[in-house]
Each structure stands twice: as C-alpha cells, then as structure tokens.
Design a protein around this ligand. Structure first.
Ligand code: GLN
Length: 389
C-alpha cells in the first residue's frame, strides 16, 4: 500500500467558499440517532409507506425504459406537467421550454439560483430562524448574509426589512417556513413585494412545503402583485410525494432568470435522475384529493405531537405549515447538549434550534412530525418514560 503524507499541504486546502463551514447539523443528528438506536424525529424524512403506490410503480417501470440522461432542463413531459399544474395552483403561466427547470432536488434549485444570480459581496436577506442550507448557500456564492430575526412573535417588521433590503440584491423566502412552520400573512407578502420592487431584488422562494399547510391565510408569493416577474420559485417532489431521496426539484422563473440559473444547473447536475422524473409525471397526475389528504394527515400528526410534547413537560410552538415543531425545554443547558441527551438518554432524536441561526441562536429543539403515527407514538412513549428534564 502507498503511504500517504497526512500533511502534504503547507496551507489549509479549503477554498474561501467552504472555509469554516460545518456539516449539516440536521444530517448529523440523523447519524447520531442511528448510532444510538433513537427514534428519529430530527431530519424531515417521511416513512417509506407514505409514497403513493402508483408513483413508486412508475419509477420501477421507468428503470427499464428511461435510465439515460434527459436533456438538461428536464424530461419534456415532466416540464409540461409542472407548467400545467403550477398554472392551476399559482395562477402563473410558466413556459415549459424556457421557464421550467428540473433540478436535483429543491436544494439544487436554490444553490443554482444563488450561484447564478448573486455576485460576491451582494447582500442576501432571509428570515431567521432559517432553514440551515441558505447559510452555506450564501457563502458558496460569496454573498453577504443579511438575516432578519423573527424569533420574537414570528412576525416580519417593516423597518428592519426595509433597512436590510436597501443593502441587498436577493431575498430568500421559505414559505411555509422550516423550522418555524410560519405561513407569512398576506400583509407580510404585500410588504415583501413592495420592498422587493422598491429595491429591485431577485426573490428566491423555497416552497417545498406548499402542499403541507394548515392555515387559511396561506397564499403563494407569486400571486402577489410585483413578485412573479422577479421570483424564482424553488420547489419539488420530495415532501409532497414523500420521495426525499429521489432528488427531483423544480425551478420556475421568468425566462431571463431561468436562463441564468440553467447555466449552473447544466454544468453541475447535467440532469435530475431520469426514472424519477418519469415517475414525476405520474405523481403530478394524482387527483386534487391527494393534496387535501396530505395536509389533513399531517395536521392530525401535528396535533398528536403537540399534545404529546406538552404532556411530557415541553413547550412546543404549533406550526401553521410544514412538518416541524420548535419546542422550548425547561432546563438551562444549551440546546445542543439537551438534544444529545435526548438522543442518548431518552432515545429520541431532534435538531438543536440554534443551528437555524447564522450567528448566535436561541435555545430550543426542533422535532419533525414527518413520521407515521406509530413512530410518533413510540417517540412520545420514550420521552415520557425517560424524562430527564
Ligand atoms: N428538509 C429536511 C429537514 O429540514 C431535510 C434537510 C436536510 O437533510 N438537511 O429536516
């Protein structure tokens, strides 16, 4: 065997774009859960039986017929189905040829957009607590993070937003929001649109939870005057069809924005996995009931987890959308310590809430109710039996 010198380089090898960056805390918690045989309520992963049978079947069949590259922008039939469904859902017509791009998951849609539309030094506004991957995303693009903390009351304040936007080129809006479950109000969306137009911002919406909504006030941002023409909608199949490992996302945007993000997509991904794109056509043909049932089913789990966490002495915030629950706990220890004890001593995994902040974070933990009823019940039983707080 060749012996390798562990210190071959004089200087650290990581580029500025990755320096100081840690691995995703969410995924680290999943590994920690596996190591300690904990019930995993950390990463938002549904159970396998949640995927519609017809969609799974379509993917299996597609392996025999469709295992080679599609054209970079995505399987034409899928882009057509996406354009048709989203015209219905969002009231905006996207041209499947030039304005719909199939990406390797929503994360890639967001990264391709940031890397194609944000220059080094450009300010990027986002609301915090925030989905963790926007923070490295901004760093990859060498942008300047401009987080706006909405922890207090989960409400957008006009003055801080206007001040941050004056210094920004891009605004990222996760709607419904992970990890808070916040569904931005129509008034907040109007304000965001007003600010985006005034400051000429590109808006990136991460709408992966668009079909997991409990609040009546939900509205898609692109329905608000002024936003559709400056917004890249990033969404995908992962959460709606419970296929998080298939990595099929969609970027919907006016042609000038799509043309730019397609450059990055082209040279990094080539194309999303073809069999799963084919199954996407089947998924998008599911009837409207499917989407109602999805939200109803998660709403029942939300109630179960909320009541269960309260009954073991924890203090969760009930979300209006998505499938996460930020929760306060009664001890003084930092959330990372509390979470590691939850995994090791109570046998239940969660994510430390501080990982959803760019700098200093608040101490809370995030549980997911993406799991089935039995898994949630098992987690609650363990929390009850192994309570250390
Ligand atoms: N969106 C999921 C979550 O927030 C999974 C993301 C991830 O793997 N980082 O848990």
């Amino acid at each position: 065997m060749t012996v390798r010198d562990a210190d071959a380089f004089d200087e650290p090898v990581g580029s500025r774009r990755v320096r100081g960056m840690n691995e995703s805390v969410i995924r680290e918690m999943t590994r920690e859960a596996r190591r300690h045989d904990a019930v995993n309520l950390s990463q938002g992963i549904p159970d396998e039986d949640e995927t519609p049978a017809s969609v799974k079947r379509a993917a299996k069949e597609a392996i025999d017929t469709s295992s080679q590259y599609t054209i970079t922008w995505g399987l034409p039939e899928l882009r057509e189905a996406v354009a048709e469904r989203y015209a219905d859902w969002k009231g905006v017509a996207y041209d499947p040829e030039t304005e719909v791009t199939v990406t390797c998951g929503t994360s890639e849609a967001i990264m391709s957009t940031l890397l194609s539309l944000c220059d080094p030094g450009d300010g990027v506004v986002y609301f915090e607590p925030t989905y963790e991957s926007y923070i490295p995303g901004v760093q990859f693009a060498e942008g300047r993070p401009l987080p706006l903390d909405i922890t207090d009351g989960l409400a957008v304040e006009e003055e801080p937003l206007r001040a941050a936007a004056r210094d920004a080129s891009v605004l990222i809006l996760n709607h419904p929001q992970n990890p808070t479950g916040k569904v931005f109000t129509p008034a907040e969306l109007d304000l965001i649109a007003d600010v985006a137009v005034a400051e000429d911002l590109v808006v990136i919406t991460d709408e992966i939870y668009e079909h997991i909504v409990y609040a009546d006030h939900y509205r898609s941002p692109v329905t608000v005057d002024g936003l559709a023409e400056r917004t890249v909608v990033c969404t995908g199949m992962s959460k709606t069809f419970s296929v998080t490992g298939w990595r099929v996302g969609f970027a919907l945007a006016p042609e000038p924005l799509s043309a730019e993000l397609r450059k990055f997509h082209d040279y990094t991904s080539i194309c999303a996995p073809t069999p799963f794109q084919r199954a996407g056509v089947e998924a998008l043909s599911l009837p409207d009931d499917y989407y109602d049932d999805l939200s109803d089913s998660y709403e029942r789990r939300r109630e179960r987890l909320y009541d269960g966490l309260r009954s073991v002495g924890l203090d969760p915030v009930k979300p209006d959308g998505a499938y996460y629950m930020l929760t306060r706990y009664p001890t003084d220890e930092p959330d990372t310590e509390f979470t590691l004890r939850l995994i090791r001593e109570a046998g239940v995994a969660a994510v430390p809430g501080s990982s959803f902040y760019t700098d200093e974070g608040e101490d809370w933990v995030r549980f997911t109710f993406s799991r089935n009823r039995d898994t949630i019940d098992e987690a609650l039983t363990r929390l009850d039996e192994n309570r250390f707080w």
